[in-house]
Design a protein around this ligand. Structure first.
Ligand SMILES: *Cc1c(COP(=O)(O)O)cnc(C)c1O
Length: 366
């Protein structure tokens, strides 16, 4: 069986260092808000190229906290609108609606699945306060045109970098391109913890201070509460593990890029559409999505041949029951992608034999 993602093997690669890190925390007697968080936050901010990073409980919280902090700072208010791609993972949109803000969905490009920057301006109203770009599948969604729109209309640019650790735009890491970025360290992400955790990066000191407080019951001084906050903190154990894996992130991402290059070069089946890559460094290949009109049959065929695949995602957010008010909206490109997309195995621990097997199966599929 070729697994979609072999997490056991991914952890095993740095097993000794990870075990040492976990034991260090266990033996320290200090499990929250300590040295490990401080060190990881410093190293992660440096890696991304932001002034600050603050750890939190998960990726969804990182995005929720960014919008919440902008509300607390008086920059946004409930009812304001946030532009977001229609074909994202639901968490991007949950972070907006959780704060009483209104998600305004925009279609993606059909060739790279990222938000179509030519369709953003017509979605901007006098209530629009931010654009949330999602580097979906690990590919950079940021464009100069999006930045220009943010400047022209005085909008915050927020990045959902949950899938894109290691992705670059012209030599800069995604997560450093806008006003703030949310990051997820869910185990299956490019930089994955051994459980849940997340982080916010930004150069904005007052935003980071507000988030730090909001994530700690709304308190910046013990038993003094400035906001109606929440408890969203990163465990010391997760911080220690992430700090080990961060050292190898670029190496791991470059192996993913090599696997992707082999796929792009060798998958030759005119019924299968490969992702369009403008620049190899601008894709961290969290996923390798292919498209096929006969997607469900292709998935079954691969399963019958012992290759696991996953659909990211089967139902677009605007068709979900939780967003009834959006169910009648029509986004044909988004819907087409959701009907045809299929993620095939890709990782830094995939063997050459497994890569070749996947290619062979795809090329011989009729
Ligand atoms: C995983 C993910 C999130 C949420 O991260 P969690 O850590 O699972 O809460 C948000 N946005 C995108 C695009 C994701 O893929």
């Amino acid at each position: 069986m070729i697994k979609f993602l072999d997490l056991q093997k991914i952890t095993q690669k740095y097993s000794e260092e990870i075990h040492n890190a976990v034991h260090r925390v266990v033996d320290s007697g200090w499990y929250l808000q300590g040295k490990e968080n401080e060190i990881f936050e410093k190293n992660y901010a440096k890696y991304i190229g932001s002034k600050y990073a603050v750890g939190c409980a998960n990726g969804l919280d990182s995005l929720i906290l960014i919008f919440r902090a902008y509300i607390e700072l008086g920059i946004m208010k409930p009812g304001d609108e946030v532009i977001v791609p229609a074909n994202t993972f639901v968490a991007s949109i949950l972070a907006i609606s959780e704060n009483g803000l209104k998600p305004v969905l925009v279609e993606p490009n059909i060739d790279d699945y990222q938000i179509d920057d030519s369709k953003i301006e017509s979605a901007i109203t006098n209530k629009t306060k931010a654009i949330l770009v999602v580097h979906l599948y690990g590919q950079c969604a940021y464009t100069q045109k999006i930045m220009n729109l943010c400047e022209k209309y005085d909008l915050k640019l927020i990045e959902d970098n949950a899938q894109a650790h290691g992705c670059q735009y012209k030599g800069k890491k995604t997560g450093s391109l806008g006003d703030a970025a949310g990051h997820s360290f869910y185990p299956g992400k490019n930089l994955g913890a051994l459980g849940d955790s997340g982080a916010v990066t930004s150069n904005d000191e007052s935003l980071i201070k507000t988030i730090r407080s909001l994530a700690n019951y709304g308190s910046s001084k013990k038993y003094v509460f400035d906001y109606i906050g929440k408890n969203s903190r990163m465990d010391e154990i997760q911080a220690a593990v992430l700090d080990v894996k961060l050292k190898y992130l670029d190496e791991d991402v470059s192996i993913r890029q090599e696997v992707a290059k082999i796929y792009v070069k060798e998958i030759k089946n005119n019924r299968i559409i490969l992702p369009k890559i403008k620049d190899w460094k601008s894709h961290a290949f969290h996923l390798f999505p292919i498209r096929c009109i006969d997607r469900n049959r292709l998935k079954e065929y691969l399963e019958d041949n012992e290759v696991q695949t996953i659909i990211h995602y089967p139902i677009p957010p605007h068709k979900q029951k939780c967003y009834k008010e959006m169910n009648k909206l029509s986004f044909p490109i988004t819907e087409k992608i959701h009907n045809e997309i299929l993620s095939i195995p890709i990782s830094q621990v995939m063997s050459k034999a497994d890569i070749d097997r996947v290619i062979y199966l795809l090329n011989s599929w009729k």
